[in-house]
Design a protein around this ligand. Structure first.
Ligand code: ADP
Length: 366
């Protein structure tokens, strides 16, 4: 059963902006679904429509099978966590957690004992036990964010909505909270819809990721499926760091050509014909000079196209080579396999041979 369904959900703002264009998407019970896309693609709008904070312009939204288009936000059974935690500064953590339960209309039946039990449960889940009597100003950013999540969870929402909840935290804390959010989800299992523009958050948190561009759903799939089998060039270029190389050219009789670049297509793409985009991940670009004698499968004698080395970024475990292949910019990622500082030291202007015909390469038509 689906807990949340968007059916041709559309939002057109008063100024004519089409923020969400006929979104069809279902979130299954217990699922952690991440809405991912660049800024302005309509992620928050989708969440706000679901929460009832914006009126829908067309289509339908269902929660637990029931249409909620005209239901006020408070009656939708949702818990929300936003980028800013907005805790009550004069209340303790315990007070902040309990507040929503005391205040809510229709929650009058929740007695003091039940409130205490739910606060204790959330504190246990979120590791807040030691902090219950502290005020928000005495907490770190990560602790405050945990309280904000606790405040949403104590209400036992049918669905938990999170909009960029980690973006106010520094990088280290964000990494830790990401890990904790996933652990938390495994523990409480609440259906979750999570909005982010950060592909790492999406890849690590999601059971399923729904990628949006310009208000339109591009693909919904398990994270690794979207990574390895992107539905189109947009998804391919959005997932992965550095981004997938996309070379616009023409396939003809088993050969791909783009400007002065020309190479035999790999076997699985040999039947492609006509204008297309050739996609290859930076980590799959084989630099023959590095592979010679190495374990990555290039090896002496392997065919390769000549590339000019335009720049080298050494990141420690990874090295990114910026190459020019017959007028096409290409990035190659070389990852140290524990064998120290191997790699080409060519200054910009040097030349290497790379192999672009690999089994993981993809061809896109759009
Ligand atoms: P995201 O969350 O992916 O960054 P949003 O859903 O906030 O994107 O916005 C989607 C599009 O709708 C953007 O072009 C944005 O400028 C526009 N938009 C958002 N809110 C409003 C509004 N209240 N009025 C007009 N346009 C809006």
């Amino acid at each position: 059963m689906s807990d949340v369904e968007f059916i041709a959900a559309t939002k057109i703002y008063d100024d004519g902006t089409v923020a969400l264009d006929s979104l069809d998407l279902a979130v299954r019970e217990g699922e952690f679904l991440v809405l991912l896309g660049p800024s302005g693609c309509g992620k928050s709008t989708a969440l706000r429509l679901l929460a009832g904070l914006e009126d829908i312009s067309g289509g339908e939204i269902r929660i637990g099978g029931a249409k909620v288009n005209d239901l006020p936000p408070g009656a939708r059974g949702l818990g929300m966590v936003f980028q800013s935690y907005a805790l009550y500064p004069h209340m303790t953590v315990r007070g902040n957690l309990a507040f929503g339960l005391r205040r809510g209309k229709g929650d009058a039946e929740i007695g003091a004992e039940e409130i205490a039990a739910r606060v204790a449960e959330a504190a246990g889940l979120l590791d807040l036990g030691e902090l219950l009597d502290k005020k928000p100003r005495e907490l770190s950013g990560g602790q405050q964010q945990r309280v904000a999540i606790g405040r949403a969870l104590v209400r036992r929402p049918k669905v938990l909505l999170m909009d960029e909840p980690l973006s106010n935290l520094d990088a280290k804390l964000r990494n830790r909270m990401r890990f904790e959010l996933r652990r938390l989800h495994e523990a409480h299992g609440t259906t979750t819809l999570y909005v982010t523009h950060d592909q790492v958050e999406a890849m690590t948190l999601a059971d399923r990721v729904a990628i949006l561009s310009a208000g339109k759903l591009q693909q919904s799939a398990k994270p690794l499926e979207a990574y390895h089998r992107p539905a189109n060039a947009f998804v391919a270029s959005f997932l992965g760091t550095p981004a997938m190389n996309l070379i616009e050219g023409v396939a003809s009789e088993g050969v791909f050509s783009a400007g002065e670049l020309s190479f035999a297509l790999p076997e699985h793409l040999a039947g492609e014909e006509g204008p297309c985009i050739y996609g290859i991940r930076p980590e799959d670009v084989r630099i023959a000079d590095l592979d010679a004698g190495g374990s990555r499968g290039g090896g002496p004698g392997s065919a390769g196209v000549p590339c000019r080395v335009g720049g080298v970024e050494r990141l420690g475990s990874d090295t990114i080579y910026h190459l020019d292949a017959g007028g096409n910019p290409i990035r190659a990622l070389w990852r140290s396999a524990g064998d120290g500082d191997r790699g080409i030291d060519d200054a910009p202007g040097g030349e290497v041979r790379v192999r672009l015909a690999v089994p993981s390469a993809l061809v896109f038509r759009e």
